[in-house]
Design a protein around this ligand. Structure first.
Ligand code: NAP
Length: 279
């Protein structure tokens, strides 16, 4: 039976580290959080981030805007926050209402305040192996592997999903850790044959019970990034946990796996930004 990787416990450890780092700074680190509209899931995520900030000694500056906010108004707020010396990080919760451009927002946030690591400058830095910030979810996965002393070097790694937020940077970080990485997506042929070769399998698709035991090699490390709702509304991942866990060496649960780590790594990025701004 697989060892369950405890994301909640590790996230608490990372947040402790951030809190003690923040306490040594002259000025309290600050995060501006922009929420546009009334998306219920986004409200929950934002509330979680504000709570994490409070736990880590980070000041949060909430900006809750109505759904009818115009692009010009949103861009003006970002410019104000870019120039605010108390704000180390700016986070605009996605998705935005349809009339607003997410790309424009991502490009407008000053790269040294881009704690989500979405700006092309920071993505470029990541690709050349000289990151300023690390993308939160993939960085959380790497932190889990490190904590459980799971070496990536020389291992066959398979990433399911190629989104800008998860799949692509995940494949990049595993490559930089000397893994041999295959990035799969919806057009991948013979997917099961590829996943069965994985020593480390990371799934970030968004389909409940997609990864079944027959897709997993005996003794593999299985990391489930997804946060889906099943038919009864329960939070679950991509992996059919009940059938995969007996076969894997390590597995992350959902909830309590990658999710808390994503939030903790955001706190780490805010501390990094504050340290840069106060250097
Ligand atoms: P996304 O942008 O929708 O990307 C999904 C990816 O899965 C795409 O690259 C897509 O391929 C691929 N895919 C879809 N069906 C597939 C199939 N049958 N076989 C192989 N690949 C397939 O999603 P995302 O933003 O990356 O998020 C993925 C999941 O992670 C979601 O459940 C999300 O809620 C979760 N998530 C969790 C956290 C966390 O903190 N734990 C953070 C972010 C996201 P194509 O590119 O070909 O369309």
């Amino acid at each position: 039976m697989a060892i369950q990787i405890d994301g909640k416990a590790l996230a608490a450890k990372v947040k402790d580290r951030v809190r003690s780092g923040a306490s040594t700074l002259q000025r309290q680190p600050g995060l501006a959080v922009i929420l546009v509209g009334e998306n219920p899931a986004s409200k929950v995520y934002v509330a979680g981030k504000e709570k994490d900030c409070a736990e880590c000694g980070i000041r949060s500056f909430p900006h809750k805007l109505p759904a009818e906010t115009t692009q010009e108004e949103l861009m003006a707020l970002i410019q104000t926050l870019n120039n605010d010396p108390l704000v180390d990080g700016i986070l605009c919760q996605l998705p935005l209402p349809e009339h607003l451009s997410e790309d424009a927002v991502i490009n407008a946030i000053r790269p040294d305040k881009d704690v989500d690591c979405f700006h092309p400058f920071n993505v470029g830095r990541l690709v050349i192996g000289a990151p300023v910030f690390l993308p939160c979810t993939p960085a959380g996965v790497m932190e889990m592997l490190k904590e459980y002393q799971i070496s990536v070097r020389g291992k066959r790694c398979v990433v399911l999903g190629r989104s800008n937020i998860v799949g692509k940077p995940m494949a990049m970080l595993l490559t930089q850790a000397d893994g041999t990485v295959t990035a799969c997506h919806s057009r991948t042929e013979q997917l099961s044959a590829i996943t069965r070769e994985a020593d480390i399998l990371v799934s970030a698709i968004g389909k409940t019970d997609f990864v079944t035991a027959d897709m997993v090699k005996e003794g593999a490390v299985v990391i489930d990034v997804a946060m889906n709702r099943n038919a009864s509304g329960k939070l679950c991942g991509d992996v059919d946990f009940a059938s995969v866990a007996p076969k894997a060496a390590y597995i992350t649960p959902v909830p309590g796996g990658v999710g808390p780590m994503t939030r903790a790594m955001l706190m780490q990025n805010i501390l990094t930004a504050a340290q840069m701004h106060q250097a």
